[in-house]
Design a protein around this ligand. Structure first.
Ligand SMILES: CC(C)(COP(=O)(O)OP(=O)(O)OC[C@H]1O[C@@H](n2cnc3c(N)ncnc32)[C@H](O)[C@@H]1OP(=O)(O)O)[C@@H](O)C(=O)NCCC(=O)NCCS
Length: 188
């Protein structure tokens, strides 16, 4: 972590909150991540590319990519840990454009319904606004993904627009409608 006059360029590798720890993905997480993805296949399939392909390959690719993105300051992706167990993932991504960061998240299918992602994203909000030059945070999800919508709603994001999914093919995953809702929160 680099600190200049109290303003950080990167978030900390480990962020702690009441029930959970967010820890920058490390190679040692690949086995646990592969297992979480494999166990959650049916839960992730409607919405997430994590469900596409061999879970071991997907996990290896996620961790490897996350490590290089972190080094290049493109994204800061974390494992969500409860008592040391990988129960999901989340991160801050710079692809939203200058002055902003996009937040992404997913949970293991057995760990939903407890507010864990909401708690993880609350931690990311604080970490994001602590970074140099970050004025707003964005969350995007397919409008059909009602569970995902609950996260920005509970955390006081404002709905800013609906747009056609920018990628082709669209919809890409079987649960998707192809219409994306964009939420934003500006620096308090
Ligand atoms: C999107 C996803 C992470 C949301 O998971 P989730 O369990 O709904 O989110 P949270 O962990 O914040 O839990 C919220 C739920 O727990 C309940 N809850 C219980 N205790 C809570 C607490 N202390 N705080 C907040 N919510 C709490 C909430 O009421 C809510 O349940 P409800 O929707 O029935 O009202 C999950 O559905 C998922 O992994 N989906 C597949 C991948 C995906 O779609 N990712 C997002 C792509 S944009």
């Amino acid at each position: 972590m680099s600190v200049h006059h109290g303003v950080m360029r990167r978030p900390a590798s480990v962020l702690v909150s009441g029930r959970l720890v967010l820890r920058r993905w490390q190679r040692q997480d690949i086995d646990a991540l592969a297992r979480a993805i494999r166990d959650s296949h049916d839960h992730l399939l409607p919405w997430s590319l994590l469900a596409v392909g061999d879970s071991r390959d997907v996990a290896t690719d996620l961790v490897t990519t996350a490590r290089s993105e972190w080094e290049r300051d493109e994204a800061y992706k974390y494992a969500i840990l409860v008592e040391g167990l990988v129960v999901g993932g989340c991160g801050l991504m710079r692809r939203a454009g200058p002055g902003g960061l996009e937040i992404g998240y997913w949970l293991h299918g057995d760990w939903t319904g407890r507010g864990l992602v909401t708690e993880a994203v609350a931690v990311l909000i604080a970490a994001g606004f602590a970074l140099d030059g970050v004025e707003w945070l964005e969350i995007r999800h397919d409008v059909a993904n009602v569970a995902s919508a609950g996260v920005p709603r509970r955390l006081g994001f404002a709905e800013v627009k609906l747009q056609t999914a920018p990628h082709a093919p669209s919809p890409r995953m079987p649960g998707e409608s192809g219409v994306v809702r964009v939420w934003r929160k500006t620096r308090p």
